[in-house]
Design a binder for this molecule. Structure first.
Ligand code: GDP
Ligand code: MN
Length: 427
């Protein structure tokens, strides 16, 4: 899913007419101080990072003066949350909170529902997982008609909202449901939804995720890659997305896995399909090797698409090996993989990576023909001191043999790494 940071999500909510605190994003502590000075009142300084529980992580701070805002921002901007750097803070007018509520709309994929699901709770501010079950009020929304005022009233009455507040809450919730649909959200969570001492209802936080398949309908969002990422987008991720975006024939997935470009034991990782990808990780884990990237070429992709993915996987600097992990049995015709691999390895090994360990496991439909293509196409490279001297080709006899495949890669990659290090020492 394409996810927004809090300040981005709030911007879109504000544009849609929902109540958001006044605020501005800052990338330096000085900017944070200037914004606090402009506000001329106490502010909340909130670290912007793709993670929940920021309150607990200490990156939401309430301060009374511009100097303290600067201090808070300095500290927050030097923090990492689950390995992710905090590159911006949102400086907002501080709310005087009377009560915190929870509300969210998500997709209810249950067979008997398949609708957006509204969840509302008078217990806000904490993770929804820690809210007692009987304090969460749920309503499946009609995907066409959305949330009706009378349904919202019913939900709020069940949740114990006072009669004089009903209008405020139901107006807010019906608007929120309309915005969820307008923006093609997958998740829209406001936690806490705040009622202030002045009796205003305000979105104090915002988690907004857009349905990947709908991203192209929203050029205004400027989302470059409609895909989930654990961290920040790298160059490899952008290239990977361009392969997918420009060719719809089968899957050609490629993304970075936190490859650090210095440590030994990284393998260019090229599994075929999801189950195979899990077994491939087993193979690496068994022997202490690490995937430099994640990839997947399944769903019967054409050879050119497989070629592009494999070339990117193999082009990563500092890898100590390459694994074509065709574990399991694929019913796609595997000769497309065989042709793609012959082309890539003939291009890459002689000049750029002579001696790179390449363990090629290819099982499934047209297996015999595929293995023959590999053997024939790579024969010239695979001579004892040729650039393909560490290519090994396996078929169905090793289809679930993760330990064996891992061990082959380990042995070959150790020898390769040693050769690399010695090569450097000798000049
Ligand atoms: P999260 O922990 O990542 O979900 O970050 P939130 O934005 O939800 O902030 C965590 C908590 O900080 C909220 O539950 C509030 O109690 C508190 N908080 C956030 N913004 C403000 C504010 O402007 N004023 C006050 N008084 N409290 C705030
Ligand atoms: Mn929150």
């Amino acid at each position: 899913m394409a996810k927004f940071l809090e300040y981005q999500g709030k911007n879109w909510l504000r544009k849609a007419g929902l109540p958001i605190p006044d605020g501005q994003v800052a990338y330096t502590a000085e900017q944070a101080r200037d914004i606090a000075r402009q506000f001329g009142k106490p502010v909340a300084v909130k670290g912007q990072v793709q993670a929940g529980g920021r309150g607990k992580a200490g990156i939401v701070k309430l301060v009374d003066t511009p100097d303290l805002a600067e201090q808070a921002a300095t500290q927050i901007l030097s923090t990492q949350v689950r390995g992710m750097p905090v590159r911006a803070v949102l400086v907002e007018e501080k709310l005087s909170i009377k009560k915190e509520y929870y509300c969210s709309i998500v997709v209810n994929g249950a067979r008997d529902a398949r609708t957006p699901l509204l969840m509302f709770s008078p217990e806000g501010g904490m993770d929804i997982e820690s809210v007692p079950e009987d304090q969460i009020y749920r309503l499946n929304l009609d995907p066409i008609f959305g949330l009706q005022q009378y349904q919202a009233i019913d939900l709020c009455v069940r949740a114990g909202i006072d009669r004089q507040d009903l209008d405020k809450f139901t107006t807010f919730l019906t608007k929120l449901a309309a915005v969820y649909r307008q923006y093609d959200c997958q998740t829209l969570e406001i936690n806490p939804l705040v009622v202030t001492e002045q009796e205003d209802i305000v979105c104090a936080d915002c988690k907004m995720e857009i349905d990947n398949s709908a991203v192209s309908r929203h050029p205004e969002f400027g989302i470059k890659i409609a895909r989930d990422f654990p961290g920040e987008i790298t160059e490899l991720d952008e290239i990977g997305w361009s392969i997918e975006e420009t060719d719809a024939r089968g899957t050609g997935f490629l993304m970075n896995m936190g490859f650090d470009e210095v440590s030994p034991g990284y393998i260019g990782y090229h599994p075929i399909g999801g189950g195979s990808a899990m077994m491939g990780l087993d193979a690496l884990n068994h022997v202490g090797l690490k995937p430099a990237n994640y990839a997947d070429t399944s769903g019967n992709p054409v050879g050119s698409k497989i070629y592009r993915v494999a070339k990117c996987v193999l082009s990563q600097p500092n890898i100590d090996g390459y694994l074509l992990g065709g574990f399991m049995m694929a019913n796609q015709e595997q000769w497309h993989h065989a042709h793609a691999l012959v082309k890539v390895l003939c291009e890459m090994l002689p000049e750029k990576k002579p001696g790179l360990p390449c363990v090629l496991l290819l099982c499934g439909n047209k297996e015999e023909e595929s293995l023959a293509i590999l053997r024939k196409g790579l024969a010239e490279l695979m001579t004892p001191d040729g650039p393909g001297r560490r290519i090994e080709i396996y078929g169905k006899e090793h289809v679930t043999d993760t330990l064996f495949i891992g061990q082959r890669l380990l042995e070959l990659s150790k020898a390769y790494h040693l050769e690399k290090v010695q090569g450097k020492e000798n000049g």
